[in-house]
Design a protein around this ligand. Structure first.
Ligand code: NAP
Length: 260
């Protein structure tokens, strides 16, 4: 089988679970050398072991994406280890569901620190190496919440709109340097995060979590929560040579929910 990411060095944040863990599995099947990042090294080392990836195929590292210096140190470690960064997947994210009036300044800051500033820190760390290579791929995992309004999650929604905006701006600044910057906008995907959404938004709305999700799914033409594996295929495409002509795009994988 042709491996579309043969020996490409792919840096993946939020690799420990959910969509990130599935992307790690899929990227590994496509031949990538993986840098697996999450807040605790045990989780990503365990994932590498579960996937049968030895030290020549996976570099597990602890990283809090809120820490700018640590992001630069992580990328420096990757370059020291493998000499290059072919693709950066900014996947780490947190969710917080509340009515707008109930968010504190600290709540907004907490969500933006991970979902937006994490993307900024990692991109600023990786870009000088991509520019020196004359090639690179940045893939931001945004959300359908980055394309439309939604109730009881304004902090999350703002952070994902910002990621879509950053994707466009960064694409323009890097397009002539052999670098592409694109985003994926998942809809409802079965991970810990969708469970948090069920609990927190349902609480803010004063309804039962399952009933809240069932109501939300009436806006999804496919009528179901997606599997993480339904996101990973697009991430492979965006990291591969096949997507060399596209940049600045934010592509929805959401069961038909948001048609822009
Ligand atoms: P998840 O299962 O909750 O996993 C979140 C990941 O982010 C974990 O690997 C976590 O690492 C990592 N993370 C959180 N805070 C971090 C920090 N400060 N520094 C470094 N890593 C951190 O979430 P998911 O559903 O897979 O979501 C992945 C991405 O998809 C997120 O950006 C999310 O916003 C987006 N998304 C998800 C959905 C959905 O329905 N699930 C929909 C649209 C978009 P630890 O294990 O170390 O905490």
């Amino acid at each position: 089988m042709v491996q579309r990411l043969q020996d490409k060095v792919v840096v993946l944040t939020g690799a420990s679970r959910g969509i990130g863990a599935d992307m790690a599995r899929t990227f590994a099947q496509e031949g990538a050398r993986l840098v697996l990042l999450a807040t605790r090294v045990e989780t990503v080392a365990g994932l590498a072991s579960d996937l049968g990836l030895g030290a020549d195929r996976a570099l597990p590292l602890a990283l809090d994406v809120r820490d700018e210096a640590a992001c630069h140190a992580a990328i420096d470690a990757v370059v020291a280890h493998w000499g290059r960064v072919d693709a950066l997947v900014n996947n780490a994210g947190i969710y917080m569901g509340k009515a707008f009036q109930d968010y504190s300044h600290a709540d907004f800051q907490a969500v933006l620190d991970v979902n937006l500033f994490g993307v900024i820190h990692m991109s600023q760390a990786a870009l000088p190496h991509m520019r020196a290579q004359g090639a690179g791929r940045i893939i931001n995992i945004a959300s359908s919440a980055g394309k439309w309004g939604s109730r009881q999650q304004s902090a999350y929604n703002i952070s994902k709109h910002a990621v879509v905006g950053l994707t466009r701006c960064l694409a323009l600044e890097t397009a002539a340097q052999g670098i592409t910057v694109n985003a994926i906008c998942p809809g409802f995907v079965q991970t810990d995060m969708v469970e948090a959404l069920k609990t927190e938004v349902a609480k803010a709305q004063g309804v039962d979590g399952d009933a809240m999700l069932a109501a939300a799914l009436t806006r999804v033409p496919m009528g179901r929560v997606l599997n993480p594996s339904e996101i990973s295929g697009l991430a492979v495409y965006l990291a591969s040579d096949a997507s060399s002509g596209m940049t600045g795009q934010s592509l929805s994988v959401d069961g038909g929910m948001v048609l822009v």
